[in-house]
Design a protein around this ligand. Structure first.
Ligand SMILES: NC(=O)c1ccc[n+]([C@@H]2O[C@H](COP(=O)([O-])OP(=O)(O)OC[C@H]3O[C@@H](n4cnc5c(N)ncnc54)[C@H](OP(=O)(O)O)[C@@H]3O)[C@@H](O)[C@H]2O)c1
Length: 260
């Protein structure tokens, strides 16, 4: 896989933790230069230091809060001013909110839609034209197995991930002829800061995969030109088998798993 990423500029959102941090690390190990995006500057500075020292790649830090609608435009401007041709866009930043919909902070719900949906679409719209023009490029959208069915008590989050999955699938087909490869990575429960941020209890996150493995599965699928990949055999089997069951049955079963 190393040859695919070597010497390319990759932009990773949500590079300060979890899956994004792992994707950035694996891309650097394969010789990719990086633009690291997140809010926590201290973490990005530390990661950039580690990656430049260990892998001799170039790293730029772009501190951005993707709840701000103008953030994607500012990120594009940052790369343009530094003349960094982004050939790989990793649309990874995102978060969940666990609990009863009627008790959730509406402002926080809107922020989640902005980060998980609007900023994903906007970054794609801003960065993909140059890739299409060069007839070469890659974008990963980190969706989720939550995208395949309604998830009571994570209802809005699951709906944002359904958007990510369908959006990535649609533009993957649109842009295939223009040499741009787009892949939706669908992880199941993964060992990151996600559960803590979402306010989930340990009970709901059994048999977690490592972020390292999820990142590897996603990058391999992206390099291979697959429009979608589900990480983990158990997750793949679960998603396949539930397609045969009635939706209402699946929703009730998921509700039992996620009820606070
Ligand atoms: N972990 C799981 O079980 C799981 C399963 C399926 C899908 N996913 C998806 O995987 C992706 C990565 O999540 P993770 O599991 O790695 O969680 P994580 O460890 O909490 O990392 C989330 C990343 O997103 C960034 N982020 C969050 N809000 C942001 C904002 N407003 N502006 C900019 N960056 C922001 C965070 O950086 P800062 O806080 O520094 O800004 C952090 O780098 C998400 O899209 C998530 O939905 C996770």
């Amino acid at each position: 896989m190393a040859a695919v990423w070597r010497g390319k500029w990759a932009l990773v959102t949500g590079a300060s933790a979890g899956i994004g941090r792992e994707i950035a690390t694996q891309l650097a190990a394969d010789g990719s230069n990086l633009v690291l995006v997140a809010r926590r500057a201290d973490r990005l500075v530390q990661l950039a230091g580690e990656l430049t020292q260990r892998y001799k790649v170039r790293c730029e830090i772009c501190v951005a809060d993707l709840t701000r609608p103008e953030a994607p435009q500012e990120i594009l401007r940052f790369t343009q001013e530094k003349e960094l041709p982004i050939e790989v866009l990793i649309n990874n930043a995102g978060f969940g909110i666990h609990g009863e919909f009627l008790r959730a902070d509406p402002h926080r719900l809107l922020e989640m839609v902005q980060v998980n949906v609007a900023s994903v679409m906007y970054l794609a719209r801003l960065f993909l034209p140059a890739m299409a023009q060069r007839r070469s490029g890659y974008m990963m959208v980190v969706a989720s197995t939550a995208a395949f069915q309604a998830v009571p008590y994570l209802s809005t989050y699951a709906a944002t991930k359904a958007f990510d999955l369908l959006f990535a699938g649609g533009i993957a087909a649109e842009l295939a002829e223009q040499g741009v490869r787009i892949c939706a990575l669908c992880p199941g429960s993964t060992d990151t800061e996600f559960q803590e941020v979402a306010g989930q209890t340990k009970r709901m996150a059994r048999s977690k995969e490592s972020a390292e493995k999820v990142a590897r599965v996603g990058l391999q699928a992206l390099a291979a030109g697959k429009p979608m990949v589900i990480s983990g055999l158990k997750n793949r089997l679960a998603m396949e088998s539930q397609r045969l069951a009635p939706r209402s049955w699946v929703t009730r079963a998921v509700a039992r798993m996620f009820k606070p």
